[in-house]
Write a protein that binds this ligand. Structure first.
Ligand SMILES: NC(=O)c1ccc[n+]([C@@H]2O[C@H](COP(=O)([O-])OP(=O)(O)OC[C@H]3O[C@@H](n4cnc5c(N)ncnc54)[C@H](OP(=O)(O)O)[C@@H]3O)[C@@H](O)[C@H]2O)c1
Length: 256
């Protein structure tokens, strides 16, 4: 039996993953952006051990999420699932002055990875759209480029793979992998999504807890429990280091 923390588990794939983990006999701590969503998450997954509250658009609140998780003791796995979509029509600035999508999808998983006590496994939710992500890592905060919502989302999903692979390299004692769940009909995916919703959450659960030899690997990218080739730029250690450095600059949080 494992103990797993799932970010963004008030809805969608995170909530489905939490439910499946519990059905499999694991312990789960949920995460939601505010107390109201936390209450809703608890009602939806009543067998969860608890819920940590914090809005990942805020560096201050994200740091607090990490503190609260650490106060709950050690975890076998953390699933970095929370995310926001690709349809933001303009650059929405967070309280830290960063693009909303970058803050939630890139910086928050970086901060949580750096500050939560090392689990045995880390799982990062990417997307097939990461293949269109800008691997130059220029203008991460969208201060110079004209805003393009889908590009901004794709960039962050490339960052999630870079982060997973960087951690795999830095922490050989931790299994760190990324995945794409397919285009599925969650709040983010929308009703027109064509992939199998019931398969969308299974890979993150499998990577978090399964003892299958195929799941106990590190620095890999998956789709539906099978290896899939990510954007080749994600294998660049130079790019990985550049992303870690940029996230450190934006957040003031260094990797331990
Ligand atoms: N659905 C797809 O087709 C698809 C495809 C590729 C990749 N993905 C990835 O899969 C992951 C899960 O997506 P999903 O489809 O399940 O989306 P979803 O249904 O919209 O759920 C996203 C979760 O993240 C939480 N969240 C968003 N912003 C947050 C914030 N500022 N602070 C705290 N929590 C926040 C949401 O909270 P609220 O419920 O309060 O909004 C929700 O629990 C994401 O990383 C996404 O990029 C999804």
């Amino acid at each position: 039996m494992a103990r797993v923390f799932v970010t963004g588990s008030s809805d969608g794939l995170g909530r489905m993953a939490a439910q499946l983990l519990i059905e499999q006999g694991h312990k789960v701590v949920l995460h939601a952006r505010n107390p109201e969503r936390g209450q809703q998450a608890r009602s939806a997954v009543p067998q969860a051990e608890g819920v940590v509250i914090g809005d990942l658009t805020s560096i201050r609140q994200t740091r607090k999420v990490a503190e609260e998780v650490n106060a709950l003791g050690s975890f076998d796995a953390v699933i970095h699932n929370a995310g926001v979509g690709y349809q933001e029509p303009r650059r929405i600035a967070t309280e830290d002055g960063l693009p909303h999508v970058f803050a939630v999808n890139t910086l928050a998983p970086y901060i949580l990875t750096a500050l939560i006590n090392k689990p045995k496994r880390l799982v990062y939710l990417s997307s097939g759209l990461h293949r269109n992500g800008d691997a130059t890592l220029d203008d991460l905060a969208w201060e110079h480029r004209p805003w393009q919502g889908q590009q901004a989302y794709s960039d962050t999903k490339l960052h999630d793979v870079l982060l997973a692979f960087a951690i795999a390299r830095h922490w050989p004692d931790v299994l760190s992998n990324a995945l794409e769940p397919g285009w599925v009909a969650t709040k983010m995916g929308g009703p027109a999504a064509t992939d199998d919703l019931d398969a969308g959450h299974r890979t993150q659960v499998w990577l978090a807890v399964s003892d299958d030899s195929a799941a106990t690997v590190t620095g890999k990218y998956f789709y539906h429990m099978r290896l899939r080739a990510p954007n080749s730029a994600t294998h660049s250690t130079e790019r990985q280091e550049e992303l870690l450095e940029a996230c450190k600059r934006f957040s003031g949080v260094g990797m331990p």
